[in-house]
Ligand binder design. Structure first.
Ligand SMILES: [Zn+2]
Ligand SMILES: [Zn+2]
Length: 317
């Protein structure tokens, strides 16, 4: 795994590359626009060149562009669908202009209209985006979701069906978010669960289509279907799980970016990037004491809970 982080573009696209270097990243992810707004930024040539130069000077690390959260290719509402397609076309064109290889996309939410039809709509919308961007170099990576609300894409079967129904599956890939996998019910913590998850992925999508990872620990339990990232090693996945992934040679050349809450200071991801890189070739770390029991065990004994001792005891069940 080539470890990196999601970096801010405040001050310009090139700034994200500089921040990634400060954090010790071998890869990075950016938003190429304000991810919560439909408005598209101007593709200013000087700014594009500045990013390309910074990227080259940094040794041309793998870059992912996370697309806008407003895009919903699973919708059955015509106006939102057209807006979403237009926005994704702009994302793909902008990333291509910047020399960014991958655009990460959440497949969308069906809002109660049924999963299977929603997956059809996603595939058809991707066909339309591909038709409108014949010369684009950037590939769209479907990100697996936690399955919150009516979001599709939380099973590998969903992603596989989109691949199977799209006219240009060779222009697609997958970005796997570890927190979303766990929340969606893939037990990455156990060795068997980890093996089973990637067997299912191989069968449904093909491991060759995995182009990137989002490396996030989880605040929420297995199968909770809730998307809440925790700092690496501080959540329910824990360091042993990340050790397994970092040392999984199938993914040795693939970028994996941390998307946790940035820490204070001018190197917000330096510690987490170093922690992950430190797992490479190291003996498997012991599971951390389950601090999460604070959440799982109701703090009926206020004294015990505040001392932090009772709550950290391993549950006997
Ligand atoms: Zn995402
Ligand atoms: Zn997430």
């Amino acid at each position: 795994m080539i470890v990196g982080a999601h970096e801010s573009i405040a001050g310009g696209w090139f700034k994200a590359v500089e921040r990634a270097q400060v954090d010790g990243c071998g890869a990075l992810q950016v938003f190429t626009k304000n991810s919560g707004m439909w408005r598209e930024p101007e593709l200013d040539d000087a700014a594009v060149q500045r990013f390309r130069q910074a990227h080259l000077a940094a040794g041309h690390p793998p870059v992912l562009a996370h697309t806008s959260y407003l895009i919903n290719l699973a919708t059955d509402a015509g106006e939102l669908m057209e807006r979403s397609i237009t926005a994704l076309v702009a994302e793909v064109q902008r990333s291509s202009a910047l020399g960014i290889a991958y655009c990460v996309l959440h497949p969308g939410a069906h809002l109660g209209k049924g999963e299977d039809e929603a997956l059809d709509r996603v595939a058809a919308a991707l066909d339309e985006v591909h038709a409108r961007t014949p010369d684009a170099t950037a590939k769209i990576l479907l990100e697996n979701t936690a399955g919150q609300g009516t979001c599709v894409g939380h099973t590998f079967g969903h992603l596989g069906r989109i691949f199977a129904r799209a006219q240009h599956p060779e222009r697609l890939g997958v970005c796997l978010d570890t927190q979303h996998m766990f929340a969606a019910g893939y037990d990455l913590v156990s060795e068997e669960g980890y093996a089973r998850a990637f067997l299912e992925l191989e069968a449904e999508v093909g491991l060759k289509n995995v182009r990137a990872f989002h490396l996030n620990d989880s605040k929420k339990p297995l199968g909770s279907r809730v998307d809440r990232h925790e700092h690496i090693g501080e959540g329910l996945l824990g360091l042993p799980t990340f050790w397994r992934l970092i040392n999984d040679l199938r993914f040795a050349d693939i970028p994996g970016v941390v998307e946790t809450e940035p820490r204070e200071g001018d190197a917000p991801y330096r510690d987490e990037v170093a922690l992950l890189n430190g797992l490479r070739g190291a003996p498997q770390p012991k599971p951390a004491p389950p601090a999460f029991q604070l959440e799982l065990t109701p703090a009926t004994d206020a004294k015990g809970a505040s001392s932090g001792k009772t709550s950290r005891k391993k549950r006997s069940s």
